[in-house]
Design a protein around this ligand. Structure first.
Ligand SMILES: NC(=O)c1ccc[n+]([C@@H]2O[C@H](COP(=O)([O-])OP(=O)(O)OC[C@H]3O[C@@H](n4cnc5c(N)ncnc54)[C@H](O)[C@@H]3O)[C@@H](O)[C@H]2O)c1
Ligand SMILES: O=P(O)(O)OC[C@@H](O)[C@@H](O)[C@H](O)[C@H](O)CO
Length: 388
């Protein structure tokens, strides 16, 4: 069985590649990082190490790689014969891989009538659906019905903390032992890919919202609040009592919304929160706040981990989610110079003012109660940081 996976980065090697190997696939990674591609082709294997007291090491074999920048034809050939296509490149990169996927699927139709599923494993709602939209933009109108009937783009929720790596062995990935991969079974075409570790679900929405608005909201809160406090890593931030309490309050707000929306058992959801907070303080992982806070424009988007739960909380309860608005304000204060999205936010605030910047990045209407609450938190945080 052949799997083609776009993105040989942290989650690509540390999670998806790991499960594909354990399920009997040969995996070809598609990436644009020549050093990674060369190393994968030289070694044809890499190590995944569990970040816990066991330090258990798994060797992932039957892997190779292609640089899609240098060898797009090979990518097309691979998709034409693959049994599964997956991706973990980041939501902003999905449009850039759509062209070669469309070409590969065209080629596949010429050769056989075998169906194929393409699963985007990104931290967003509707990642595969977005990829499908971008692939379909590359098609002629008359091609679309056959593509619709033959190729599935099931959405997914993936969870495993894989920090940036600084190992001497450049292919090795240290990962937390925990993982979860839920895939929308209703959008599968043909036989469902049997991958050890995938949980097929009939309704993905509760899974993806629970994951994104707990793991990723809490993580982003720790990153942005931690950054403001001068912390370098997530566990450093979480080891500060005041910050930890803020993260817990944030997760109580998203939890109240999720429990009410999806009728989750409150006790079970509380246990889920506690497990996640525990994952954030894993002493075997060094996860920089600048990785977790990366791409703040994406994270401040109306459908993402900060603004969507804040809006839903307000709609559901009629109350302003005080801690979530504080986290949104912290994200707007995030001024890490190496992150182009952080730089853009600071420029926009400088040029257009806070109220306009909030509307532009979050979709929260200027003059609304939520916008005013974010502005108030922003002013408080700013004057507190000036007093330091
Ligand atoms: N790291 C985690 O803890 C984690 C967990 C769950 C989900 N995710 C999601 O997985 C995705 C990837 O995250 P990551 O942490 O692995 O990032 P990463 O930067 O480590 O990996 C991304 C990889 O994509 C490659 N890439 C960039 N442009 C490409 C292109 N045009 N074609 C092919 N490859 C390309 C990069 O070279 C890199 O190797 C993101 O959407 C992220 O939200 C990450
Ligand atoms: O990957 P991002 O930038 O969407 O979010 C950063 C982290 O919160 C994220 O990568 C987590 O580590 C991961 O989602 C855990 O499952």
């Amino acid at each position: 069985m052949l799997a083609v996976h776009f993105g040989a980065g942290n989650i690509g090697r540390g999670f998806i590649g790991n499960l594909l190997f354990q399920s009997g696939y040969e995996t070809v990674f598609v990436d644009v990082n020549q050093e990674l591609v060369d190393l994968l082709n030289e070694k044809n294997q890499y190590a995944v190490v569990h970040a816990d007291e066991s330090q258990e090491e798994l060797i992932i074999r039957n892997v190779s790689a292609v640089n899609s920048g240098n060898d797009p034809e090979q990518v097309v050939e691979l998709i034409a014969k693959a049994d599964l296509v997956t991706a973990a490149v980041g939501p902003n990169i999905l449009p850039f891989i759509a062209g070669s996927i469309a070409e590969g699927l065209r080629k596949r139709i010429e050769k056989s009538d075998a169906p194929l599923n393409i699963i985007a494993c990104e931290n967003m709602i509707g990642g595969s659906t977005l990829l499908k939209e971008k692939v379909f933009e590359k098609l002629e109108e008359n091609e679309k019905p056959l593509f619709e009937s033959r190729f599935g783009f099931p959405d997914a929720a993936v969870d495993r903390i894989v920090p940036n790596q600084s190992n001497e062995d450049k292919l090795m990935v240290k990962v937390e032992p925990f993982y979860e991969w839920a895939v929308d079974e209703t959008k599968i075409i043909g036989k469902r890919p049997e991958v050890e570790g995938i949980t097929y679900v009939q309704d993905l929405k509760p899974y993806i919202e629970r994951k994104l608005f707990t793991v990723n909201t809490g993580h982003a809160a720790a990153a942005y609040i931690g950054y403001q406090a001068g912390m370098r890593t997530i566990d450093e931030a979480m080891n500060n009592g005041e910050i930890k309490a803020l993260i817990q309050q944030t997760l109580q707000e998203t939890g109240r919304m999720l429990v009410s929306k999806y009728a989750f058992a409150p006790d079970e959801h509380q246990q889920y929160i506690e497990k996640i907070v525990h994952r954030f303080v894993n002493p075997y992982i060094t996860d920089e706040v600048t990785r977790v806070g990366r791409s703040p424009i994406r994270k401040l988007g109306p459908a993402d981990r900060l603004v969507s739960p804040a809006i839903q909380f307000l709609e559901l309860t009629g109350d302003i989610p005080v801690t979530l608005t504080r986290v949104i304000a912290s994200a707007l204060l995030y001024d890490y110079k190496e992150d182009p999205e952080a730089v853009k936010i600071q420029e926009t605030i400088h040029e257009k003012g806070m109220e306009q910047a909030i509307e532009e990045f979050t979709g929260i209407e200027a003059g609304s109660a939520l916008s005013e609450a974010v502005m108030e938190q922003y002013e408080q945080l700013k004057s507190a940081s000036m007093r330091k």
